[in-house]
Design a protein around this ligand. Structure first.
Ligand SMILES: Cc1cc2nc3c(=O)[nH]c(=O)nc-3n(C[C@H](O)[C@H](O)[C@H](O)COP(=O)(O)OP(=O)(O)OC[C@H]3O[C@@H](n4cnc5c(N)ncnc54)[C@H](O)[C@@H]3O)c2cc1C
Length: 266
């Protein structure tokens, strides 16, 4: 790779994760902003930090820059750069009468994070509508990617997502998705803390073991939705980890169920 070009297009910026991350936890850090497809094995890629909990001993982070914030429609396929926000893609779908992306309303993140996490709501998840993804090795078809509920086997940076295009944006469906969000806590969080175990709900189990509304310091399992670990002000990483471990331990002891975190811990 031409080193001068690399330096010209990529750059370093400081991110204060206590403001940038949705859970409002984390230190300030120098982050690489990537505007060129390349080899970045030394870095951990982040999107909008809506699903992460960041410690003071985190790895070196990178984010995608302006070069990957685009939406292009060509030959009935939609090419979306992975720095594009979910809300921007939703607005585009509405304006251009494209179906199936209505579930992106109030599902915060960049396309890269959404794809890596196979984000979604109930049976609507992003992999249902994907045609392929682009990595440093070129395009990879959906059929060749392993994915399931809230996870994928993607272990590299995704630069672009390609969607199949179907006509017909549904305003009714978009409104329904918005209403489905009404029960979510308004406090800073990283979304659902744990994945739902098969045939059950993490929120129900947290409530059963007496942790709904339970706090440690300024962190707690929300009164509104137990599976949301929320920050009541100056919540910190250590208190979040304490609560995560406590819930896992109690649920293991009482129900013999091993909970897995949905949030990604660094
Ligand atoms: C209030 C709230 C509500 C939420 N509701 C839902 C919901 O209903 N359903 C749901 O599924 N999620 C939900 N979430 C979680 C979150 O919206 C999703 O996980 C989203 O996909 C995170 O995107 P992000 O850009 O913030 O990713 P980050 O949090 O920055 O990263 C998440 C993971 O993706 C990886 N990643 C990021 N970018 C890339 C890339 N370009 N290439 C490869 N890997 C990458 C990161 O390494 C990390 O492992 C919610 C979060 C909040 C705060």
């Amino acid at each position: 790779m031409n080193k001068d070009k690399w330096i010209m297009n990529n750059y370093i910026k400081e991110i204060d994760f206590s403001k940038y991350s949705s859970i409002h936890i984390g230190p300030k850090a120098e982050v690489l902003v990537i505007n060129e497809i390349g080899e970045y094995e030394d870095y951990t890629i982040l999107g909008r930090a809506n699903n992460v909990l960041i410690s003071n001993t985190h790895p070196k982070f990178a984010v995608l820059g302006e070069a990957f914030d685009y939406i292009k429609l060509e030959n009935n396929l939609l090419y979306v750069g992975c720095a594009t926000k979910s809300g921007k893609l939703l607005s585009y779908a509405k304006k251009n009468d494209i179906a199936d992306l209505e579930f992106l309303g109030k599902l915060p993140g960049n396309l890269g994070g959404l794809v890596k996490m196979n984000a979604g709501l109930k049976q609507w998840e992003i992999f249902n509508y994907i045609h392929s993804i682009k990595t440093k090795d070129g395009y990879i078809k959906k059929e060749d990617i392993e994915y399931s509920y809230r996870q994928t086997k993607i272990d590299t940076i995704v630069y672009e997502v390609v969607f199949n295009v179907k006509k017909g944006f549904s305003k009714e469906q978009a409104l329904l998705f918005k209403q489905m969000r009404d029960n979510q806590p308004q406090m800073p969080s990283a979304g659902s803390c744990f994945k739902n175990p098969k045939g059950d709900f993490a929120g129900r189990l947290i409530e059963e073991v007496g942790l709904k509304g339970y706090k440690k310091g300024d962190m707690g399992f929300s009164e509104v939705h137990s599976n949301f670990l929320v920050n009541y002000g100056s919540g910190c990483y250590d208190d979040a980890i304490h609560l995560i471990n406590l819930a896992k331990q109690r649920i293991q002891e009482q129900f013999h169920i091993k909970l897995h975190e949905e949030i990604v811990i660094y």
